[in-house]
Design a protein around this ligand. Structure first.
Ligand code: T4K
Length: 396
């Protein structure tokens, strides 16, 4: 620790100016090339084709399927609707096993369909479903597993596939965080019966709002196509229950334009993650969640485990310190879905999820965060740990 820094810093929490003049957000959107986007938007407006699987949506689906090396890719209006559509089209009903350590949309999408999410704990090392606990939670009412590739790190796909096969269950993946990641060299998007991506503004690849369902199952793809378009099989022939799950042309234009520069965005995220790794290597009690070696990863989430016994500050106290400096860290996914409504009244203890919910902090990354900003965040953290006694008094 540089003693000059110690004497210089006046924490914003103690009346100093925030370290960052403008807030650094977790999930600040990566914005695509605006000129190319405007040209695309102009063309869509001129041809007066704005919705209902227009040329941009079809092109985006084609390009995404190519990139993910998957047979079918269906662009949807958002990830949550995509999850509900996939659950419906896969024939899920009754109980579906999900992690509680995820964004609440994973569970809500099932509940909205009249299904019961059965929350199962995760592996503390990976933050993903623990296969042994999944198997133990199966009952005669279980019809499927909706696993999550949390933070874009692959769920245990081999073990889950074996469990699904053994028990005759459907297997879906919430891949909201996982676009661009691989498992065993295979792009996520190819596992289970179907996978569902989110292209929300906060994702490294975004269409403002949007998502996609991918599958290698031709029949399931056909059911999904019907279900996402009100069940229409022809001009006035409705053959199944459906809703409106379609992506619009303007969102697809954002996606097509963003896709052209996606490798640069991936490079920025990877470089930022390396910069954070250097910072956290020197900070005892703060462990950066790593991405698997030898696999592609999007590094969209910078996730740190806070061991308060070592740091002297709890995760929440550190969050207060950093947010005062305009580093707008998030407590994703506190307190765990099982302790949110409408699930809390039936909640049973999930010790790993509950511990992670008290210890996990997400930090900003993406194209709005420079290596210099990460270095400064490191300085603030060093300083905060050195002066934990003082900060504990003011950070509730
Ligand atoms: N499954 C999983 C595992 C998910 O994580 C998600 C979504 C879904 C399913 C559902 O997919 P979608 O239906 O959303 O496609 C955000 C996102 O809204 C949500 O998409 C995402 N996961 C979740 C992890 O994060 P919040 O409640 O944190 O949103 P909000 O408004 O607080 O924004 C997050 C940060 O991003 C803020 O710090 C501000 C910044 N931001 C946000 C937006 C929208 C910007 O700077 N500009 C923006 O335009 O949920």
């Amino acid at each position: 620790m540089n003693p000059a820094v110690l004497t210089r810093r006046k924490f914003a929490l103690l009346g100093g100016a925030p370290a960052f003049a403008e807030p650094l957000h977790v999930g600040a959107p990566n914005v695509c090339d605006t000129r190319r986007l405007f040209r695309r938007l102009e063309a869509a407006l001129e041809r007066r084709r704005l919705a209902n699987r227009g040329p941009y949506v079809r092109e985006l689906e084609r390009r995404l399927a190519e990139r993910l090396q998957v047979r079918h890719c269906l662009a949807v209006c958002n990830g949550t609707v995509g999850l509900g559509l996939a659950a419906h089209a896969a024939g899920l009903a009754g109980e579906v096993i999900v992690p509680a350590w995820t964004f609440v949309a994973t569970a809500h999408a099932l509940t909205w369909q009249g299904m019961t999410p059965v929350f199962v704990d995760v592996d503390p090392a990976t933050h993903n479903l623990d296969p042994a606990l999944v198997e133990a939670a199966i009952t005669p009412r279980t019809t499927g597993i909706l696993a999550v590739h949390l933070w874009g790190r692959p769920a245990p796909v081999v073990a889950l596939a074996a469990i699904a096969r053994r028990h005759g269950l459907r297997l879906l993946y919430d891949a909201a965080h996982a676009f661009g990641a691989t498992c065993g060299g295979v792009p996520l998007g190819n596992f289970g019966d179907a996978e569902i991506f989110s292209f929300h503004a906060t994702k490294f690849f975004n269409t403002a709002e949007g998502g996609a369902i991918t599958t290698n199952d031709d029949d399931l793809a056909e059911r999904l196509r019907l279900a996402m378009n009100f069940g229409f099989a022809g001009l006035d022939s409705v053959v199944a229950l459906g809703i409106n799950g379609k992506m619009n042309e303007l969102s697809a234009a954002v996606g097509l334009t963003g896709l052209e520069d996606i490798d640069q965005v991936l490079a920025v995220n990877a470089a930022n993650h390396r910069a954070y790794a250097r910072v956290f290597a020197g900070l005892p009690g703060l462990d950066l969640l790593t991405y698997p070696e030898g696999e592609a990863s999007n590094h969209q989430y910078v996730v740190v485990d806070v061991d308060a016994d070592v740091t002297g500050l709890t995760r929440d106290q550190l969050a207060v310190v950093l947010r005062a400096e305009n580093c707008m860290v998030r407590r994703y996914f506190h307190p765990g879905c099982h302790r949110m409504e409408p699930y809390a009244r039936h909640a049973r203890r999930l010790p790993v999820t509950e511990a992670l919910a008290e210890r996990t902090l997400a930090l900003p990354t993406g194209s709005t965060v420079s290596p210099e900003a990460i270095r400064r965040i490191g300085e603030i953290l060093h300083d905060a740990l050195d002066r934990a006694d003082e900060l504990r008094e003011v950070a509730p």
